[in-house]
Design a protein around this ligand. Sequence first.
Ligand code: NDP
Length: 354
Amino acid sequence: MLTAAIAPGTAMSAPGNRKMGYAIVGLGSYATRQIMPQFANCESARLVALVSGTPAKLERYGAEYGVPRTHLYNYQNFDSIRDNPDIDIVYVVLPVSMHAEYTIRAASAGKHVLCEKPMAMSSAECEAMIAACRQAGKRLMIGYRCHFEPHNRLAIELARAKFVGPTRQITAAHGFNISAGQWRLDRTMSGGGSLMDIGIYSLNAARYLTGEEPTEVVALESTDGDDPRFRTVEDRIDFTLRFPSGVIASCVSSYSSGHNDYRVIGTNGWIAMEPATPYSGHVMHVRKDGVTERRELPPPVKNQFVAQLDHLPECVSAGNEPIVPGEEGLRDLRIIEAIYRSARERRAVTLVSA
Ligand code: NDP
């Protein structure tokens, strides 16, 4: 498939009205299967460069997307992207332990950054990433694709407009039965277990559905220490968040069972999404005044991936902050750290909003 690619040797740095060029860093499953095919449908973004530690992938995807050899990089010569004016934005799609390093190196090379979730191993790393991008005068956005997905956007709109009455409770559950032998199960690369990887969707949803920041968290962890998958990371961690308006969010994060749903329960009904945060195939039901109906949306002009890829260049052009800036990733990491502390110390932890 040849998509929104550049012909070898084509000058792409002409100023003016052009699509901004992305370099994808880390040619793993998410980058190659979900992200890269989406450039074909972007209005403001195009794929111009690839960064990989695997020469065969550079060869294969370089040919598939028409990326010239001059625009293929590895982790050693990554910093020379500074000399490539075709690259405007670096999209970091690496294991979590590499997010901070490549975000900071990209900003130092004079590029804007889109970094995958979870933003980093710790809130301290998130702060360093934000500082590096600010110092370089570059935008930083986090890959929270659900903020661009129409069903989720409608759920946010309905919940915040009190369509089913003021929200009293949110339930959110995310999990899957993880297979052994991957970096996600190595704490030195992932920073943690299910919560960092998939439970973060429950956490982020509770925050975007309320539009509030939690003030208190209580968490319980359940991990089978005899399961070889969970030698260094947690399996299941359930957490409850208290929000200033009085909403309580009960959240599930699991690496041993399948979940992908949330429900906003108001005084006069509920909004239910299952699946809530998949790549496609969202299903939404709304119950109001005792009547339940399915909400079906027309196919979007831009799916969540395309909308996300286009958003950052459009923010750069307009001088706007992205709707999911580095600070959004930092907020989640601070709460994640509090969730872990609550589970470890077996007590409620108060959150101070920044
Ligand atoms: P993969 O393991 O499939 O890919 C990671 C890639 O990183 C590898 O293929 C490799 O690419 C590169 N890499 C460099 N060093 C290492 C190393 N030491 N070990 C393993 N890989 C290395 O992971 P995913 O694509 O699933 O995840 C990548 C990122 O995307 C993560 O941050 C994840 O949380 C996020 N993600 C986000 C999703 C979303 O919906 N927003 C969905 C899935 C993942 P190469 O060979 O090219 O160097």
